[in-house]
Write a protein that binds this ligand. Structure first.
Ligand code: URA
Length: 439
């Protein structure tokens, strides 16, 4: 029996050395089996964040996380399957639109989603705002629903990549989230655990993302593609703008309402555009059709109501009230206090501290400070203007949905303080910075 000391692994990383794959696997495996405590694991994560991991170390990290639990093959699914994952953003309800849209296009989507982390929202918390909807589905239920409905969004099961749960909670608590290799291995272990034919990644860049710069987000996208390539999996990544909330709604029921408005054809804008871009990409890959044809098909499935119909079927199949697809305002929980946000200056909106908007929404109850905090599904912030738009003093630019007037007042002030308004016109940022392909 070989004797090893976890401190040697930490020390190697601390001093800028390179670990052998077996050392990474031993350490992460030991942590997953509770043989290594949170203290040494936190020190290891900080050393990884500060000194980085090379490609082989990142692969070993991914393998260790993946190997900590079960996988789902999807062999029984009779249509091309696609998975989609965002590295985390604010007002990012793309998955709620993408999954039923891809199903309407004849693809199968099994998506395991997580809860909100830090200032970012989680698809799981958004879905849980729909009365009755279950997200704790067994593997057989996932498979049955994707065959019957075409899409399913469920909770990350404790049986799949349990090491990621534990590592992520520790990273969240120790300020070790924003690291390219740690995010890449966390995201890709989850994606490799499900045998989808295509993995689409939405790598966010900007003030609401874990990677603030486009260059860092590109590096993260490349790191994810390298992992997919080694695993022999097809993967494409878009680096997209998170310098402002993607949709107008930042909350949970509010995001669901906005996603439904997109599916109903009533809401246009960046959220719709990005969901369409991902759906087009998926159908292009599955059917090998040219981009303009794929874009046209995606748009048609949104406009003819078939994506909305798949959304209704998905909600009903998971035990939720399917009428939410037709009457979101009547079915979704609503906050008792709705206070308008009025612009406190005139000018052009040039920047948003998007993480701060996420935190302000979280402070209303839409997010958690501690892992076991309850979410208030009804509360949140709606912010209408996007970067580059002109705003007039006193104009209503959104609403705060809150439990109390005090909460609402605080969120209005925080939101206004997070906006930069300048005197001259500014250009709107591009929605998609780049598409990266690999695998
Ligand atoms: N999303 C993940 O799944 N993992 C990370 O580390 C960051 C964002």
């Amino acid at each position: 029996v070989s004797v090893w000391d976890p401190r040697d692994v930490i020390a190697t990383k601390r001093d800028g050395g390179t670990l052998a794959p077996a050392e990474v696997e031993r350490f992460v495996g030991g942590f997953a089996r509770n043989e290594i405590g949170d203290g040494p694991a936190a020190a290891f994560l900080m050393a990884c964040l500060l000194n980085g991991l090379d490609e082989q170390e990142t692969l070993a990290m991914t393998r260790s996380i993946l190997g900590s639990g079960a996988t789902i093959g999807l062999e029984a699914i009779d249509r091309p399957t696609v998975d989609k994952h965002s590295t985390g953003g604010v007002g990012d309800g793309v998955s709620l639109i993408f999954a039923p849209l891809a199903a309407a296009l004849g693809l199968g989507v099994v998506k395991l989603s997580g809860r909100g982390l830090g200032h970012t929202g989680g698809t799981l918390d958004k879905l849980a705002a729909i009365p009755g909807l279950r997200t704790d589905l067994a593997v057989e239920e996932l498979e049955r629903q994707v065959l019957e409905v075409g899409c399913v969004i469920a909770a990350q099961s404790p049986a799949i990549v349990p090491a990621d749960r534990a590592l992520y909670a520790l990273r969240d608590a120790t300020a070790t989230v924003p690291s390219v290799p740690l995010i890449a291995s966390s995201v890709m272990a989850k994606k490799l655990a499900i045998g989808s034919d295509l993995i689409l990644l939405d790598v966010k860049a900007g003030s609401g993302a874990f990677m603030a710069s486009v260059a860092d987000a590109m590096a993260l996208g490349e790191a994810c593609l390298a992992i997919a390539g080694h695993a022999g999996r097809r993967c494409e990544a878009a680096v997209t703008d998170m310098s402002q909330p993607l949709g107008h709604a930042v909350g949970n029921a509010l995001d669901v309402g906005e996603a439904i408005a997109v599916l109903q054809g009533e809401e246009h804008g960046r959220l719709r555009d990005l969901a369409l871009a991902f759906a087009a990409r998926a159908v292009m890959a599955a059917e090998r059709i040219p981009p303009d044809q794929a874009a046209h098909r995606a748009e048609r499935s949104l406009e003819d109501g078939s994506a909305l119909e798949r959304f209704r079927a998905m909600v009903a199949s998971q035990g939720g009230d399917g009428r939410v697809a037709d009457d979101p305002a009547g079915i979704l929980p609503r906050a008792p206090v709705v206070t308008p946000i009025r612009a406190d200056r005139s000018g052009w909106l040039s920047g948003i501290r998007t993480d701060e908007i996420g935190r302000a929404s979280g402070a209303l109850g839409a997010g958690r400070v501690r892992p076991d905090d309850a979410i208030d599904p009804a509360v949140g912030i709606v912010l209408r203007p996007t970067i580059g738009e002109r705003i007039e003093y006193g104009e209503p630019i959104g609403d705060v949905h809150a439990r109390s007037h005090d909460d609402a007042g605080a969120a209005v002030r925080r939101t206004l303080a997070a906006l930069t308004i300048v005197e001259g016109p500014v250009a709107a940022p591009p929605l998609v910075h780049a598409w990266l392909e690999g695998g």
